[in-house]
Design a protein around this ligand. Structure first.
Ligand code: FAD
Length: 441
């Protein structure tokens, strides 16, 4: 149990990738914090990968972990598009174009490995502030602080709460309850603010193909993304649900096996099919692919980041990258406010509310690419799964010519990456600045 803090202290709920990002950013800002993670360990390995785009590499460099991270990933360098019967209908250069425009291509990592390197990259004093087996069950707020209560009865006092607890965020749920308790007639997001049109079976296996492949497989109602890393490959099998749903669905092993069986004959590469790798999976999971942006990102001293406030399909690999941007925008303002509150004073509730509102406004504005990227990710999934005749024509024929790909990467994707922001209180490192060209620094 912690005692009531007289200095500014942040309670971060969730020790996933964005909770750990918050730990780095707050540590570098000199702001006291604690991270509460419900699982017994930080490095849960369910088999997923994370594609990290160049603007995010800049932030990870600011954390001082990029040199440890890069050798563990594979820069994507080869793109093919297949139909379900193994016919290659496009060989694209999207990864080469990202490298040309931004100095580095996207890098595929094993999710659990990123978490481990992020955690190990924190100094010992910061690691001690990351607590496991701490499942948030309740939050109480007052005019000068917050109290987070966990399932084991422990309580934590702080100045604000950052909810980085994912799609089914308990912080978001409690925030909603508090807002409606204060005014039952106000409009607020529903309990389940996202909806899913697709389900996703993801997993990893020992890789036998060269690292750096990023392939897609397209068919009616089903699609696949495949990536190869230095040691393992990852697949993402997308299947359209009978109808869109906002409900949380828990799948069984039987469901997992059934979806895998439906994709058994689908190609992953020119020589590999799903059924070749299924017997040697290193981990797999089945989930609904939620999509949406929450309308209310904060209430009083509580603010949401990452999947807790926005969720996109995984086709463009942008969700984690956007969670990082949340923390960058939020912490840049938070640090200024904490420094501006001189002596033993801390920022007032009014100042904090203003910061949270500005943070959401910036993230939802054209300064950032969040809204467009949620739409683009959903569109890419629907195009690959040939959801209607227009998407089929677009994906299978109209977007295939090289010139169209160049225009798309140059005028649609590149401007989004260029909007990536960095922590304004961590000195830039000139070598990386020079290499990752084309960003607003
Ligand atoms: C299969 C798959 C592949 C993906 N690939 C990519 C990709 O290539 N690139 C990309 O950018 N994005 C990708 N994403 C999206 C990315 O994984 C998410 O955007 C990112 O993980 C969000 O991080 P988060 O920390 O907000 O939430 P989460 O990763 O969900 O982490 C939330 C954490 O909070 C903890 N928690 C939950 N409830 C509580 C509680 N009550 N108390 C305490 N702790 C709690 C959880 O245990 C968890 O550790 C992918 C997603 C999936 C599902």
């Amino acid at each position: 149990m912690s005692s009531r803090s007289t200095t500014f202290k942040v309670i971060v709920i969730g020790g996933g990738p964005i909770g750990l990002t918050a730990a780095h950013a707050l540590h570098l800002a000199g702001i006291d914090f604690v991270v509460l993670e419900r699982l017994p360990e930080i490095f849960e390995d369910r088999g997923a990968s994370l594609i990290v785009h160049p603007h995010t590499l800049r932030v990870l460099h600011q954390f001082g972990i990029l040199d440890n991270l890069l050798p563990r990933g594979a820069e994507l360098n080869h793109h093919l598009s297949f139909t379900a019967d193994g016919h290659v209908f496009a060989e694209g250069n999207r990864y080469g174009l990202i490298r040309e425009y931004h100095g580095h291509g996207p890098v595929a990592f094993h999710r659990a490995e990123i978490l481990k390197i992020m955690y190990n990259g924190l100094p010992e004093a910061a690691k001690e502030k990351i607590l496991t087996d701490k499942k948030l069950t309740d939050i109480t707020t007052s005019c000068d602080g917050v109290i987070a209560t966990c399932a084991d009865g422990s309580v934590f006092h702080g100045s604000i709460i950052i909810g980085a607890d994912g799609v089914y965020s308990k912080t978001r749920q409690i925030m909603r309850d508090l807002a409606l308790k204060e005014n039952a007639t106000r409009s607020w997001d529903p309990v389940h603010p996202y909806s899913a049109t697709y389900q996703l079976l993801f997993g990893s296996f020992p890789s036998s193909s060269p690292a750096g492949q990023g392939y897609d497989i397209q068919s009616k109602g089903k699609a696949i993304m495949y990536f190869s890393g230095p040691e393992r490959g990852w697949f993402f099998l997308y299947k359209q649900l009978p109808r869109p749903t906002s409900e949380r669905t828990c799948y069984t092993q039987k469901d997992v096996d059934a979806v895998a069986a439906e994709f058994a004959e689908f190609p992953l590469t020119q020589t590999l099919q799903v059924k070749d790798v299924w017997p040697r999976m290193l981990g797999a999971g089945l989930t609904n692919l939620d999509e949406g942006i929450v309308k209310h990102w904060s209430f009083g001293r509580i603010v949401l980041v990452g999947d807790a406030c926005h969720k996109m399909t995984t086709h463009l690999g942008l969700g984690f990258n956007h969670g990082i941007q949340d923390i960058v925008v939020l912490c840049n303002s938070l640090r200024k406010a904490v420094r501006a509150a001189s002596g033993s004073r801390v920022p007032s509730a009014k100042v904090l509310t203003g910061i949270f509102e500005k943070y959401q406004a910036v993230r939802m504005s054209s300064v950032c690419s969040l809204e467009g990227d949620v739409a683009k990710s959903g569109l890419e999934t629907r195009m690959h799964a040939w959801q209607n005749p227009c998407y089929y024509l677009l994906s299978r024929y109209l977007s295939v010519p090289h010139t169209i790909e160049v225009l798309f990467m140059k005028y649609v994707m590149a401007p989004g990456f260029r909007k990536g922001q960095v922590l304004d209180y961590v000195p830039g490192r000139s070598a990386l600045r020079a290499r990752l060209a084309g960003f607003i620094l």
